[in-house]
Design a protein around this ligand. Structure first.
Ligand code: DQA
Length: 145
């Protein structure tokens, strides 16, 4: 079976497509999951998408990924800017970690300019819309080759 990439999504991303579409667009998280699966397949990988509104559940997913996955693509959503605990969990993961933001967080409020997750991420994509996930998958395949 192809190596697995976990695609983790933080709080409120379950509402993608309905939530502030002027910022995040009209694609749903299900659309993102399909795009990731296609992008993964095209580079010989496999992807599994997960979303939670709960910090601890995301941390548990990172821990589970240690056993099952060769890479993590993560949009931590608001936890990007607040969660030392999620950063600490990601620091335990061996393998590439790529951070994705649908919007350009640097063009937004000051509090969004700081990312704890970036202290671990091997790369960051921001402001490319949901296309950022597929781009991250391409980069993942290069980092793993
Ligand atoms: C986000 C940006 C975050 O600041 C915000 O809290 C989100 C989504 C993005 O994808 O652009 O929920 O991570």
């Amino acid at each position: 079976m192809a190596p697995l990439i976990k695609v983790l999504n933080g709080p409120n991303l379950n509402l993608l497509g309905q939530r502030q579409p002027e910022l995040y667009g009209y694609d749903t998280l299900e659309d993102v999951g399909k795009a990731c699966a296609e992008a993964a397949k095209s580079v010989g990988l496999r992807s599994e998408l997960f979303q939670s509104n709960h910090e601890g559940a995301l941390i548990d997913m990172v821990h589970a990924a240690r056993e099952t996955s060769v890479g993590i693509i993560i949009n931590p959503a608001a936890l990007t800017h607040t969660s030392v605990a999620l950063l600490d969990a990601l620091q335990t993961f061996v393998g590439p970690v790529l951070e994705v933001h649908i919007s350009n967080i640097h063009k937004r409020e000051d509090f969004r300019h700081k990312s704890y997750v970036s202290l671990r991420a091997d790369g960051v994509i921001a402001g490319f819309g949901v296309q950022g996930y597929a781009l991250a998958m391409q980069r993942m395949s290069i980092l793993l080759s």
